[in-house]
Design a protein around this ligand. Structure first.
Ligand SMILES: [Zn+2]
Length: 441
């Protein structure tokens, strides 16, 4: 279950206290806990001097009916398999195999990760119950019934989406600012993707600019651990004093997208930069060719990025050509977006699987990887935008927006926008201290 509210945070705190109480104060509660996870990271805790009243007020909650055997816990080390772990704990090889065979119905035991914990109970026939978390969002539970056969089920864990606001001043680059403020990489990437239609991160981001983002942190309700990041609801960039705000919205029957405050989709027919984190190493125009030596038109833009960086299709397109180019472009892909526009991508280390003439690709789909094949002095993406067959400066293209919300969708968008604004206002209020420390250099 994923809930969106600030009450989640409160609920989490209450739950944490309950777990602390259950684990530390009431030793019998340990056996009632459904999972193998550890208690939440201990907040500064004062040793209680007065024992809690009994019967327990909170812990007498719903599923208090108690199992009998105590769970034993195993932790996978490097080189362990589930079989060696169970056998190491004294389970007979055949009995261990029976349990593992049953688990295979829902989980591949080869996916066991170092540090993963396995909780189990035993009886004279081997493993009676076993629990492990195959990923952050699920528990895998194995139980042996009265007839001796195993049942295995995959149970969703309760993951809370806790809204978090992070803002900061940009001193050198957005990347550095994100790192300083602890903005998760996934959120930064999402933000860059959303703004990349309109913002040239190389030229338009200046020291003194700032950013603000509202996103969900995914928190495991039981352990209190942060297990990932959810969606980015809002992102803003203030560039040279001008604020650009984007809101995430899913229109009925459409893909999720980002829209400006007026409900206009940021998605353009072409992306401005088909690679993440790019630095322009050579602009469009006349230049002396670094290898050929003479001056000629550089018909595209070079983005310096490490070899292997994924290259995205800058718009929905049909692949015109994909293969080796004898003219110096190395591994080369040309996409046709519509009757007017096509784009070209050169020097790839390799072309992505399935990218062949006639294939349809979606905007943002990976078509290849940066390299230095053909005439190139170092790894970079050479990117061209062509109108008809004539190359134009990709950075000068301002494509029209592809979608503007209207009618019911626009009203729905505005009410969602108001909810986000309210959330932001309250988080800004709560975050004066944190913001002050990250907003200032
Ligand atoms: Zn080039």
């Amino acid at each position: 279950m994923v809930t969106h509210s600030r009450q989640s945070a409160v609920a989490l705190a209450v739950l944490g206290l309950f777990l602390f109480w259950a684990l530390v104060i009431d030793p019998t509660a340990r056996a009632r806990l459904p999972s193998t996870r550890q208690a939440p990271p201990a907040a500064p805790i004062v040793e209680p001097t007065v024992p809690p009243p009994s019967p327990a007020p909170v812990a007498a909650a719903p599923e208090a009916a108690a199992p009998e055997a105590a769970f034993e816990t195993l932790t996978a080390q490097s080189g362990d398999s589930l079989a060696t772990l169970l056998q190491g704990a004294g389970i007979a090889p055949v009995a261990a195999q029976n349990a593992i065979a049953a688990l295979k119905e829902k989980w591949d035991p080869r996916a066991l990760k170092i540090g993963q914990t396995i909780a189990f109970t035993r009886d004279e026939n081997g493993v009676k119950e076993l629990k492990l978390a195959p990923d952050f969002a699920h528990d895998l539970v194995l139980t042996r019934g009265a007839d001796g056969s195993y049942m295995v089920s995959l149970m969703p864990r309760d993951i809370l989406a806790v809204p978090l606001r992070i803002s900061g001043r940009i001193d050198s680059s957005l990347f550095d600012a994100a790192e300083k403020t602890g903005l998760p990489q996934a959120v930064l990437s999402e933000m860059i993707r959303a703004f990349s239609y309109d913002v040239d991160f190389q030229r338009e981001v200046q020291p003194g600019d700032s950013f603000e983002v509202l996103f969900d942190q995914l928190v495991d309700e039981e352990s209190g651990k942060i297990v990932g990041t959810g969606t980015v609801a809002y992102a803003a960039l203030t560039l040279s004093g001008k604020v650009q705000e984007l809101y995430r919205y899913t229109a009925a029957g459409a893909f999720v997208g980002y829209y400006n405050a007026q409900g206009v989709s940021v998605k353009k027919a072409l992306l401005r930069t088909p690679v993440d984190g790019a630095r322009i190493s050579s602009a469009f125009g006349m230049r002396r060719h670094p290898i050929l030596g003479f001056t000629r038109l550089h018909p595209g833009v070079d983005f310096a990025v490490p070899s292997g960086t994924p290259i995205m299709a800058s718009g929905d397109a049909v692949v015109v050509s994909a293969g080796w180019n004898a003219g110096g472009y190395g591994n080369f892909v040309v996409l046709k977006h519509n009757a007017t526009y096509s784009t070209a991508y050169a020097h790839m280390s390799r072309i992505a699987k399935g990218i062949k003439p006639g294939v349809h690709v979606r905007q943002g789909e990976i078509i290849g990887y940066v390299g230095m094949t053909g005439l190139a002095t170092g790894p970079h993406l050479h990117y061209e935008v062509r109108v008809g067959n004539k190359p134009i400066n990709p950075l000068s293209v301002r494509m029209p927006a592809t979608e503007k919300l209207e009618g019911r969708a626009l009203a729905d968008f505005h009410s969602q926008q108001q909810a986000v604004a309210k959330e932001l206002a309250s988080l800004r209020g709560n975050a004066i201290v944190a913001a002050a420390s990250s907003d200032k250099p």
